[in-house]
Design a protein around this ligand. Sequence first.
Ligand SMILES: Cc1ncc(COP(=O)(O)O)c(C=O)c1O
Length: 349
Amino acid sequence: MIHVDGRTLINFASNDYLGLSFHPAVCMGATGALAESVGSGASRLVSGDDPMLHRLEQKLAAWKGYEACLIVGSGMLANLGLLQALADRHCHCFSDKLNHASLVDGVRLSGAKAHRYTHLDTAQLEQQLQKHAADRRIIVSDGVFSMDGDCADVAELLSLAETYDTLLLIDDAHGTGTVGETGKGLSDMAGVAGHARLIEVGTFGKAFGSYGAFILATHELIEGLKQRQRTMIYSTALPVALIAAAETALAIIEKGNEVKQLQRNLHYFKAATADLAFMPSDTPIQPMMIGSDEKALSMAKSLADHGFFVPAIRPPTVPEGTARLRFTITAAHTEEQIDALIECLRDVL
Ligand SMILES: Cc1ncc(COP(=O)(O)O)c(C=O)c1O
């Protein structure tokens, strides 16, 4: 549920894909830690480096299948800091045109030479890699794309990274906890998690239900980030309540019930809307392309008037002329809620 302008609406917009933001065990985990302290008091390099951070980093690395992990304040801070630490004006970055703003800004702020390829067009990416040789190059892509719900071909990107001797940065903020049988995300599905060229970002703000982010890579790379990642070095560490919440969330995700429920709900939604013009997506992000901003806004308003919160996503978040309704399906939705949404959507259409 979400409260908007004095109304309570059923929320079909949240990235809280597993309903863990209000899961009693996750809330209890945070509350227990809160009883001891609210804030971490300093950055990790000063005095904010709580042992709980290290314990969770080890668990996340083991769960995702990487050598090492670094927890940072948020996904935005993870991507800005990572790119600033890895790239400089001598580096070339190759980015999908629909990458999340945090990756776009990270490339920009790093000062690297930027090359953008058409969304998911690995042939065009390969041409760019052939054309722009440099000592250090990074391919940068969302895993699950946040406004489209489609997925990068991580195996193909990694194969290009190997052929052309580059690093590959995948931000799987939306795939973590949602895609693959066990919710381990796209790198696990592609069987490439833990590869030495692959750096992966996940966040706690989506399927984990709280706030914060983590970076997964080799020991060597993570140790380098601890010395160079300014958004970690010069920013207050996450409060322990959030670390405790994320640790509990991870245990719940590993048990698998919520992930399975999410996948059942998604399957139910997709089967019931197969005749409607949704954009192709097998992830919990199910957008419907509308086109004009006005029409998307008016449809979102009609849905809200009937009790459903589905935002109209407009430029500059998405390219001009591609305003859309972005539905998200979560484990917390009931079949009755999904049925009611679809019935209303058909009326609005
Ligand atoms: C793909 C992607 N990366 C990064 C972020 C930023 O994460 P955070 O909200 O933790 O800053 C988002 C969030 O909206 C996202 O969709």
